[in-house]
Design a protein around this ligand. Sequence first.
Ligand SMILES: Cc1cc2nc3c(=O)[nH]c(=O)nc-3n(C[C@H](O)[C@H](O)[C@H](O)COP(=O)(O)OP(=O)(O)OC[C@H]3O[C@@H](n4cnc5c(N)ncnc54)[C@H](O)[C@@H]3O)c2cc1C
Length: 414
Amino acid sequence: MSKPIVVIGAGICGASCALWLRRCGHDVLLLDKSEPGMGASYGNAGLLAQWALVPVNEPSLWRNIPRYLIDPMSPLFVKWRYLPKLTPWLFAFLKNATSATSSQTSQALVPLLSDAVEQHKSLTKGTKAQNWIADSKFSYAYRNRAAFEQDAAGWAIKSAAGMTPEVLTGSEVQDEEPICGPMIQCLAVLSGQGHIQNPHGYVQSLVNAFEEMGGKFIQADVIDFERDGDGLRAVITKRGRIKCNKAVVTAGIWSKPLATKLGLKVPLETERGYHVMYKSPSEMPRNPMMMTIGKFSVTPMADGLRCAGTVELGGINLGPSKAPIRLIRRRVSELFPNLTYENSKEWMGFRPSTPDGLPLIGEIAQSGIFAAFGHQHVGLTGGAKTGRLISDIISQRIPNIDMSPYDPNRYAAR
Ligand SMILES: Cc1cc2nc3c(=O)[nH]c(=O)nc-3n(C[C@H](O)[C@H](O)[C@H](O)COP(=O)(O)OP(=O)(O)OC[C@H]3O[C@@H](n4cnc5c(N)ncnc54)[C@H](O)[C@@H]3O)c2cc1C
C-alpha cells in the first residue's frame, strides 16, 4: 500500500486540503486531536469575506490604538498579564502597520480571497456541504454617510479589486435591512457575496464527503515528525507513529509548535474572537452585515443569529473574558432595538495570525511537509482555495497565482 499524505488538523483548511488531495487521486489520512471543525472553524461568522482585503494592522491603527486601549466600548481587548509573551509578535505586527506593507498585504490577499464564493462552490461540488453555502449580499452598516466616507481608503482598496458598493441612506436602510434601528443611517451594500450557514456543520460535511471518497479520518494528536536525510519518514502522534513521506500542517493556531520542530520561527499569535448566538430570534438580517459601530458582524445562520467579532490579545491558555461578550450584547441591543430571542450561547475562538497578515502556504524547505495555516480573520474565506493550492503543489501542478507572498520559508529560523 502507498504511504498516505497526512493532513494534520481538520478545520476548514485541513478539510479542504484533504478533500482536494483526495479528489486528485492521493491516498490521504486526515488527523485531528479532537473532532473535525472544533477549532476556530467552529464558531466563526461564516462570511466568505472576499472584500476583507484591508489588514488589521493598517496605518490608521497607530492613530486608533490609544483610543482602543482606554475606551471601554472599543473592540480591542488585551489580557495584560500575557503582554510579555505577546511582545515579539506585537512589535512585528505594529512594525508592519505602514502604508507600504499594508498595501503589499492587501495585494497579496486579492488572489487568495476575491473568488472565495466560487472556490467554495468548487470545493463542495457534488457533496452535501454545498447546501451550507448561501449566495448573499454583504453590507457595511454605518452610523451615517460621513462615517462611510471616512472609510474611503478601505473602499478604494475594495473598489480596485472590483467591489464597489451601492450606498443606501435614510429610509432606504430599513427597506434593505428592516432589523436595523435608527442608529444605522447608511449601508454600503456589496452584491455577489456569500456565506456559510453553519460553519461547524460545513467542516463536518466536508470531512464526511472526504470519507465517502475513500479518505480516512482518525482522531490523533500529532507531537512530532520523524525525518532523515531522505525526508519525512513518519508523523508521531500520541497514539503512535504513522509512516508517510508527505504531510500538511493545517493545525491553525496550534501549528506553531509543529512549525518550530520544522525549523520555522513563526511569530504566530492568536487574535481571540467571540460570538454570541441568538437562538430563535424574533428577526434576522436578510443578509450578513458588518456593524462598524462595535466592529462585529451579524450573520443569519441555520440555527439562529450569530454576532461575532472583537479582538482580544491573550494567548491560548487563559480562559475567556466577559468584556468582549458584554460589548457584543450591548451593541446588539442598541443597533437592533426590537430584537428578542429565546436564549443565547457564547463562544471564544483562536484566529491564527501572523504579523504580516498573510498565511503560510507551501512546502517548508524541501522537507515533504507543507504549511497551510495562519489565515487570521479570513481562514474560512481563503480555506477552500488554500486546499486547492496545496493539492496543486503536491500534485506537481504549478498554481496560477504568485505564491511567493505566502512562502512559509520567510519564517525560516536563521
Ligand atoms: C469570532 C471569529 C469570527 C471569524 N469570522 C470569520 C469569517 O466570517 N470568515 C472567515 O473567513 N474567517 C473568520 N474567522 C477566522 C477563521 O475562523 C479562521 O481563520 C479559520 O477557522 C482557521 O482555520 P484552520 O483550519 O486554519 O484552523 P482551525 O479551525 O483552528 O483548525 C485547526 C484544527 O487543528 C487541530 N489540531 C491542532 N493541533 C493539532 C495536533 N497537534 N494534532 C492534530 N490536530 C491538531 C485542532 O483540533 C483543529 O480542529 C473568524 C474567527 C473568529 C474567532
